[in-house]
Design a binder for this molecule. Structure first.
Ligand code: FES
Length: 591
């Protein structure tokens, strides 16, 4: 029997399905799983396309029932030609079978809420749509008549409102299931965070318009006079339709419920057999989880309730589930190509394995390398960055010049006042330009741009912020001219490129920040600005990405530690009038 000792703490279980885990050679198994995932994805996309076209057709009722009927030709009829029918019914069959297969192969039914919702909604769909699908087909076959929107609206609004309610529910369930599937598929694409708001608008609009169209059709048929009672022949056919539909419906319900029950029963049987052959996974923390042979270490963690990051949902891509094998490594199967590729990307040493891909065949001891128990401390809005993701952004460093000399012979109260005015200038300029103030370090500041926008936009925002800082600082210098020995000056460095963005810190100090070479280079450019006695040093990367013309400014090369090649930069001198490139950046980031 699967057992856990000692009782493990409750853990945040990351999103995403764990792939099935048949106990066969990992390489072949992974390739096969990839094929199955592709088949499930493609079949799901076909079904989503059908549903979207169907909803678009229903939405045309907002114009008129005749328009919706005319729309049948473009939005519904194409699905009635034989190849499309085969594609549609084939996709439905493949999708259902693969969902059941996933259920059968799951080591545990514990899963995150979103994923559980997707599975449950998926299992409900056949039960919910069976009546509509069977009813339409049986009616057409027995009466020889076609089904138009007036007929459907009358059937669902007048003859059987309960079926109408069920159809609306079915529609919402199908759409939600499909959207969740798309979300799981796309969520790690770089462009997804930017596109997500627009996709969400589409995901809401399509069913809302469909439902409004359905309501409009109902309003029209409810206002129409009752149609004449069918003649005897038609009445007899309708009775046959009813009986046939009921018989097929009962059969469909039995098959659907039976398939799920059989899947769960087979799964139970398989697990009972597998339990005779348990593998012991020990954790360095002292916890022990016994799991059926063929389970992955990540599945062991989930079964044991042991916190374990798995950002890509067990797909072997993110490496966040990695563990160090501290005992039992000699009996482990070697990494398959996918695991090997991910491990080599992070230059992992041979004792490190991906928990989601490692299916031990003998007892072993592991140490998860990324511990998830601080996840609950992440600040609001840090979700996208959990627990750190690569992201191209622009980074701005800004430091006040000659601060030590400025602070000499002044009371601390004065210094605090001055610094706060300066911090307010920097903070306002950064936020107004669309960036995020990351931190103040002494009299310096670091700001991030592009956490929610494209890198090109981020570069323009950073340039706009730098121009605003210089302008506002000049104003402050004028205002305090009598108090200051000389006008205030700053040195600004701006660079853009890949960083790791994530929530870092401890307790209340935890916030989303960025680390990596790009941050170091931006800081280096700020130092270079001081060395050149310049106001701004901006890398050519930023200039190129921003699409702005900064050719008025001196081009230089800067040596960067750890890089064989110098970095090309533009140098904006102190007191120089900022050229049209900066003005354009300000205009664009304000737009
Ligand atoms: S969960 Fe992403 S590589 Fe294992």
């Amino acid at each position: 029997m699967t057992s856990v000792s000692p009782p493990a703490p409750t853990s945040p279980i990351p999103d995403g399905p764990i792939p099935a885990s048949p106990a066969v050679a990992p390489g072949r198994s992974q390739a096969r799983e990839r094929h199955f995932r592709t088949a499930r994805l493609v079949s799901g996309l076909v079904l989503m396309l059908f549903v979207a076209m169907h909803l678009a057709n229903v939405a045309l009722n907002l114009v008129s029932i005749d328009t919706a009927d005319a729309g049948l030709e473009w939005l519904t009829e194409p699905w009635r030609i034989l190849p499309a029918k085969i594609l549609l019914y084939g996709a439905a069959t493949v999708h259902i079978v693969l969902v059941l297969r996933t259920l059968y192969l799951r080591r545990t039914l514990k899963m995150p809420g979103k994923e559980a919702a997707q599975v449950l909604l998926g299992l409900l769909i056949p039960l919910l749509i069976a009546e509509h699908v069977i009813g339409v087909h049986v009616y057409r076959a027995i009466t020889g008549l076609d089904v138009d929107y007036e007929f459907v609206a009358r059937a669902l609004w007048i003859d059987s409102p309960a079926t109408g309610v069920k159809q609306v529910f079915a529609l919402l369930v199908i759409w939600a299931h499909g959207c969740l599937g798309l979300h799981f598929w796309l969520r790690y694409r770089d462009w997804y965070p930017t596109a997500a708001p627009f996709l969400l608008i589409g995901a809401v609009l399509v069913p809302v318009l469909g439902l409004l169209g359905f309501a409009e059709a109902g309003k029209v048929v409810l206002a129409q006079p009752t149609p004449p009672t069918p003649d005897a022949i038609m009445a007899e056919r309708l009775a046959t339709v009813y009986l046939t539909k009921t018989a097929f419906l009962n059969l469909a319900y039995a098959v659907a419920i039976g398939a799920v029950a059989a899947t769960l029963a087979l799964r139970g049987l398989r697990q009972a057999i597998a339990r005779r052959n348990l593998i012991e996974v020990r954790y360095e923390s002292g916890q022990v989880v016994r799991v059926p042979r063929g389970s992955s270490v990540l599945e062991a963690s989930r079964i044991g309730g042991i916190p374990h990051y798995a950002v890509c949902g067990g797909r072997g891509r993110c490496s966040t589930c990695r563990v160090r094998v501290t005992a039992g490594s000699e009996a482990l199967p070697p990494p398959a190509p996918l695991e090997r590729a991910t491990l080599s990307r992070i230059h992992a040493d041979p004792s490190v394995r991906l928990a989601c891909q490692l299916r031990p065949t003998a007892p072993l001891t592991v140490l998860p390398l990324l511990v998830a128990d601080r996840e609950r401390l992440l600040p609001a809005g840090a979700g996208r960055a959990r627990p750190g993701r690569e992201q191209d952004i622009a980074v701005l460093f800004c430091d006040i010049r000659g601060f030590t000399a400025l602070a000499d012979h002044r009371l601390p109260y004065d210094i605090v006042f001055l610094l706060n005015r300066y911090f307010a200038i920097v903070g306002t300029a950064v936020e107004k330009s669309g960036g995020r103030l990351d931190k103040f370090i002494g009299d310096g500041a670091m700001a991030l741009f592009g956490l929610d926008t494209s890198t090109a936009e981020a570069c323009r925002q950073a340039l706009a912020a730098s121009a605003a800082i210089l302008a506002e600082l000049d104003r402050l210098s004028e205002e305090l001219a009598a108090e200051l020995p000389a006008p205030l000056k700053v040195a600004i460095g701006i660079h853009a490129g890949p960083t790791i963005v994530g929530a870092m810190g401890y307790g209340d100090t935890m916030h989303v920040t960025a680390i990596g070479d790009t941050v170091n280079v931006a800081s280096r450019l700020e130092s270079a600005a001081k060395e050149f006695n310049a106001a701004i040093v901006v890398s050519d990367t930023v200039v190129a990405l921003s699409g702005l013309d900064l050719s008025d400014y001196e081009a230089r090369e800067i040596a960067i530690r750890g890089s064989a090649r110098p970095l090309h930069v533009r140098v904006v001198p102190q007191d120089a009038a900022l050229g049209s490139g900066f003005a354009e950046a300000a205009t664009q980031s304000a737009a």
